[in-house]
Design a protein around this ligand. Structure first.
Ligand SMILES: C[S@@+](CC[C@H](N)C(=O)[O-])C[C@H]1O[C@@H](n2cnc3c(N)ncnc32)[C@H](O)[C@@H]1O
Length: 281
């Protein structure tokens, strides 16, 4: 470990390789050469915050902990949480027009957001369904949302967002679905508990065998497989296929084509795949 003149952490090639191995084994991240500075900057903050004298001291603790605060903060630091409300809106339109109406008319609809980050994606799903289908049908959607990062899940459970995060939402949504912060909370918006409590947030690491969570009519696994290598993607898609109902849908990020990835799902249109069978109509 070395320090640049601005105090930033600089990792040796060997140290970078150690972090890559750890990130791959822990959460499947396929960190490529070229990410040295990013990794050093993110871990450097942890090393300073926790008061470690060297990268090696920090890394030793990280390797010793299979769980715990140092590990949890490192996973949060090394993963990318970029997300936004109504990101890739075509998916919400597709679900609300072509998938949810008939499923919700027939009964409960189980949906899983498999990399929910700080919550904008699952809340977008609940709120857009509420808006498009009305309360009676939307309430039949049972949404589980998961992520590997505990801090991201905590933020998602709080459901509090700055004005900049909600500014692109339809104006009518703010008074309808959010509580506006007052006093010390001015400028912040909280998803109303009536909607927030419809999301069951849990920690699931997508590279591990899935806990017994299925079956689902729809899985959104968006903008996370880009960080995984091909074998990890293939294992994950197969595990998700197993917990999909026959006829259930898998939605991936628009930049995440499954071309070249071995899977047994039917291609519907870009970023939308379906399991064979016909329970979900
Ligand atoms: C870029 S965000 C995508 C958020 C949201 N799905 C979207 O499209 O806006 C990727 C999320 O995947 C999570 N992630 C990374 N590796 C993971 C793993 N092995 N298991 C579960 N979640 C993981 C990260 O913590 C992060 O919150």
């Amino acid at each position: 470990m070395a320090m640049a003149s601005n105090g930033a952490l600089v990792l040796t090639q060997e140290e970078f390789a150690m972090v890559c191995r750890w990130a791959y084994d822990t959460c499947g991240l396929d960190l490529k050469p070229g990410k040295e500075e990013l990794v050093a900057s993110r871990l450097g903050k942890q090393i300073r915050r926790l008061g470690f004298a060297s990268f090696r001291d920090y890394y030793r603790v990280l390797k010793e902990q299979s769980d715990g605060p140092v590990m949890s903060a490192a996973i949060d630091a090394i993963t990318t949480h970029h997300t936004s409300f109504l990101r890739e809106p075509a998916h919400f339109e597709f679900l609300n027009k072509q998938v949810f109406p008939s499923l919700a008319a027939a009964g409960r609809v189980r949906v899983w957001c498999a990399a929910s980050s700080t919550g904008e994606e699952p809340y977008s799903l609940i709120l857009s369904a509420e808006d498009a289908l009305g309360s009676t049908l939307a309430q039949r959607i049972e949404l589980m949302a998961s992520d590997v990062s505990e801090p991201a899940l905590e933020a998602a459970r709080r459901g509090v967002y700055g004005a900049d995060r909600v500014s692109a939402l339809p104006a009518a949504w703010l008074p309808r679905y959010f509580l506006k912060g007052q006093g010390a909370f001015a400028g912040r918006y909280r998803v109303k508990p009536a909607y927030a409590q419809r999301v069951d947030f849990r920690r699931v690491n997508l590279i591990e065998p899935l806990p017994s969570i299925g079956p689902f009519s729809v899985i959104l696994c968006r903008n996370v497989m880009i960080y995984f290598d091909r074998p990890t993607q293939e294992r994950l898609i197969e595990r998700m296929r197993e917990v999909l109902e026959p006829g259930g849908y898998l939605l991936v990020g628009h930049a995440e084509s499954l071309t070249g990835v071995k899977h047994q799902l039917e291609y519907i249109h870009p970023s939308v795949y379906r399991k064979a069978g016909s329970k979900c109509r």
